[in-house]
Design a protein around this ligand. Structure first.
Ligand code: HSE
Length: 338
């Protein structure tokens, strides 16, 4: 049996989900893969908890939920965060779950490059560094000879990146199109089914922990645009955020939704990477089409040369759901290296 020491940076909805899933699955991982997972540090934006022997994942979550700060973790609370924390702790894999910053990509970019430089593998749910600096991040990862996994960055629990990179490795992929943001799908579904106002449904999605820390990233299509860029790069297209034509849902009225409904359509925020370029915009979808999915569900249709169209649907946001993709990525590293 070997230890795998984890550091979780970012302890919002996703970071807490990771701690919870580690608690739920560590016995299975130990049995199946012969690896003992230990969370040796976790940090929010201003405080942390650090213990070389491993922290109690449930206590991390309850400390954060009840006191707002991981620094209040009994006995092992600390104020060391960010890059200083990565220097202070002996670890194997960085679980990077800080909020997406689409202007600077920080702190995710610096934290990830620091981990690479120290020879550590990284699993991320972040979209900023991938959408702005995909090539640079991957060059750094190659140079360091480490693993960099980011399934959770697109579609939460819905498998799409590993699907394209591994399961469809024999195929040429000409386009990926779909519903890539759970928050807007939730908002539009609720507006459609219950006539609830945009403002109320946005509040609900924040309470559910599915919206970004800055929810304008969801409603203005920024989050979906980041995902379109990431998918484009996965397909080998050298794209960045400024290459996406973006229109969000903030101008969609209840009247427009009602009118579409009477004509047999729903309004959905659709992201697309294809020969037509990279786009995010609200579009009408037929009520009986696969795109007529509700709530936080995401959908993606991958168009291939050998296998035709392949469509996946799954929960695109949520604490445990997003963490499930991160822990699957973690397991793929364990299989490769442990
Ligand atoms: N805010 C994002 C969404 C989270 O609603 O899809 C998952 O990336």
């Amino acid at each position: 049996m070997v230890d795998c020491k984890l550091v979780i940076l970012g302890f919002g909805s996703v970071g807490q989900g990771v701690a919870n899933v580690v608690a739920m699955k560590k016995a299975m991982i130990s049995k199946e893969y012969g690896v003992d997972l230990k969370v040796v540090a976790a940090a929010d934006s201003s405080t942390s908890a650090i213990c070389a022997e491993g922290l109690d994942e449930k206590l991390l979550v309850s400390t954060k939920k009840e006191t707002g700060k991981l620094g209040n973790y009994p006995e092992y609370g600390s104020d060391i965060v960010g890059i200083d924390l990565l220097d202070a702790v002996d670890y194997d894999i960085l679980i990077e779950a800080t909020p997406t910053n689409i202007k600077t990509a920080e702190p995710a970019k610096s934290l990830t490059l620091k981990a690479f430089a120290d020879g550590k593998d990284v699993v991320t749910s972040n979209k900023g560094h991938l959408a702005l600096f995909y090539k640079e991040m991957h060059e750094a990862k190659e140079k360091a000879g480490v693993e960099f996994k980011f399934e959770a960055s697109v579609g939460g629990a819905m498998p799409i990146i590993n699907l394209c990179q591994y399961n469809l490795a024999s195929c040429g992929i000409s386009s990926i199109k779909g519903i890539l943001n759970g928050t807007t799908n939730y908002i539009l579904s609720r507006m459609t089914s219950e006539g609830t106002t945009y403002e109320n449904t946005l509040k609900e999605s924040q309470q559910l922990g599915i919206a970004e820390t800055d929810p304008t990233q969801d409603v203005e299509g920024i989050d979906a645009a980041c995902k379109v860029v990431i998918l484009a790069n996965v397909l080998g297209i050298d794209a960045t955020y400024s290459d996406v034509e973006v229109r969000g849902i903030s101008n969609i009225t209840l009247d427009a939704i009602e009118l579409a409904k009477q004509e047999g359509y729903y309004v959905k925020l659709i992201g697309e990477v294809s020969k037509n370029g990279l786009k995010v915009s609200p579009r009408l979808v037929k009520q009986n089409s696969p795109y007529a999915i509700d709530g936080t569900l995401n959908l993606a249709t991958v168009t291939t040369d050998l296998a035709g169209d392949i469509t996946v649907i799954g929960k695109g946001a949520g604490s445990i759901e997003t963490a499930s993709a991160m822990i699957s990525d973690l397991i793929s590293i364990l299989k490769l290296k442990y």
